[in-house]
Design a binder for this molecule. Structure first.
Ligand SMILES: [Zn+2]
Length: 489
């Protein structure tokens, strides 16, 4: 980093004596970082940053530890997570094939395998997890505490709204959003939250009317959008392949090919209704996060975004969530449109065999093409979909590495890949949030959202990353988690 001629005003917080990975475009690193007024003041050598230390500066000695930008888990159902933890859907339901709430499909989709209907841990068939205002607040705060301890400083709540007001869990209803507004006003959130509104049922059907009417009456303004922001809308386009619900050109063993969850009289009308939902959201300036797993679903969604953006200059960062069967053709169209892909590596690892069981080994081997997407120029965000999985990005990276297989050659390739995967949890989701100008990397003037890891992640094999402890989490320049007492003065 370059020296300045005039001394900086003193920092509020300095961390020095370690490795600071900015994850900026040039892979800049330093040994120290200075923070002032919740922003990164500078990253550089200890000597450079020590110049920013004044009488009131808190100094934390890293002792060789590493600083990385705060983790952005860009698909995390925090309220549901807080209500369930330490249970997770995969943890609790074991190998049972289960959609997010288990009630996937409704009457618009093919029948689910029997195993899903007999899943004893299916949350949709037991009492709601949260029912009162106090419980909603507690669930959000509990998730907040958990994710702060994992270094997470931003997340997207993918689906909260009136579509789930009568929902089985209580975790996605409109009053959950009200709880977020309250907690933000009380300054009790410890991570920045993006919300996707939901006008249909989670993992279930939606109608064109409820989505367009909902979008037109959506209250989008929040007091401090850097902390709580209504980004756009979540659309459930189709279900998941193991339950024969992904709409695909392939055939399931029973001869079916799935279909869209969006209501309509036939396949064409369903596709047209999905297209119109996307057009309307785009016209109103809302981002669309499309839950889409089947190749036909993804192609339909991408075509709709293409139509929507033909006469729109807005960069709304529409994206595909899951994207199991996305094709190379769709990936290059997505890249051209600036569409992102939001993938959960842990789901790929955990369910590839279920996919193989219904569509064959070849389809499973080419599913969730993280590497091809990146090569095609698609911004790939990695996420947990917690509480489907635990919200542990370290495990997510280990799973992504396992899914990708051994890197081309040697240590340098491994380092590059680790850096790319870290960007999948920081830079790419900041772009998804439309927040790349002010978060996602540790460049001067960007928000001071970061975490301290006990070991430099670039020098740890991906499989061993889950054992690397998170020592400290800082959001907006404030400590929100501290594992051990740090050397401080
Ligand atoms: Zn989800």
């Amino acid at each position: 980093m370059q020296r300045r001629d005039t001394p900086d005003p003193s920092a509020d917080l300095v961390l020095r004596g370690g490795t600071v990975h900015t994850l900026d475009e040039d892979d800049t690193t330093g040994t120290a970082i200075a923070i002032r007024h919740g922003r990164v003041l500078r990253v550089g050598s200890d000597a450079e940053v020590t110049a920013s230390i004044g009488r009131r500066t808190r100094v934390i000695e890293l002792d060789g530890r590493a600083v990385i930008p705060g983790i952005n888990d860009s698909h995390l159902h925090a309220t549901w997570l807080g209500a369930m933890w330490p249970e997770t859907v995969f943890g609790a339901a074991g190998a049972a094939v289960s959609g997010s709430t288990g009630d996937a499909g409704g009457d618009s989709a093919p029948a689910a395998p029997e195993s899903a209907d007999s899943d004893p841990h299916d949350t949709s068939r037991s009492a709601p997890l949260v029912t009162t205002r106090a419980e909603r607040r507690a669930a959000i705060l509990r998730a907040g505490e958990l994710i702060a301890s994992l270094g997470i400083t931003s997340y997207t709540e993918p689906g909260i709204g009136p579509g789930e007001d009568a929902g089985a869990t209580g975790c996605f209803a409109q009053d959950v959003f009200d709880a977020y507004v309250e907690l933000e006003a009380e300054r009790l959130l410890t991570a920045r939250v993006n919300v996707l509104a939901l006008f249909g049922v989670l993992d279930g059907p939606s109608t064109l009317h409820e989505v367009t009417a909902g979008l037109r009456s959506l209250e989008r303004e929040t007091t401090r959008p850097a902390w709580l922001r209504v980004a756009g809308v979540k659309l459930f386009a189709d279900g998941i392949p193991p339950m024969h619900q992904a709409w695909t050109r392939h055939r399931y063993p029973d001869g079916t090919s799935g279909g869209l969850l969006v209501a309509g009289l036939d396949a064409d009308e369903r596709a047209d209704n999905l297209r119109r939902m996307i057009l309307e959201a785009n016209r109103l300036g809302y981002q669309v996060g499309i839950h889409a797993t089947g190749d036909r679903t993804i192609d339909t969604a991408v075509s709709a975004v293409e139509d929507a953006m033909r006469d729109s200059r807005m960069e709304l960062r529409h994206y595909i969530i899951h994207g199991d069967l996305v094709t190379p053709g769709a990936l290059s169209r997505m890249a051209a449109l600036g569409m992102g892909l939001n993938v959960q590596p842990g789901i790929a690892v955990a369910t590839a065999s279920w996919l193989a069981a219904v569509l064959g080994d070849e389809v499973a081997a080419s599913a969730w093409p993280i590497a091809a997407a990146t090569r095609a120029g698609v911004s790939v965000s990695l996420s947990s979909d917690a509480p489907i999985l635990a919200p542990d990005w370290r495990q997510g990276i280990a799973d992504a590495a396992a899914w990708l297989g051994a890197p081309a050659s040697g240590h340098e390739a491994e380092v590059d890949r680790m850096r790319a995967m870290l960007r999948g949890y920081t830079v790419a989701p900041a772009r998804q949030d439309g927040a790349d100008p002010w978060k996602g990397t540790l460049e001067p003037r960007k928000v001071a959202d970061f975490c301290v890891l006990e070991t430099d992640p670039l020098h740890v094999p991906a499989a061993e990353l889950p054992a690397v402890g998170v020592d400290l989490t800082v959001v907006d320049g404030e400590l929100v988690y501290e594992r051990l007492p740090t050397y401080s003065r």
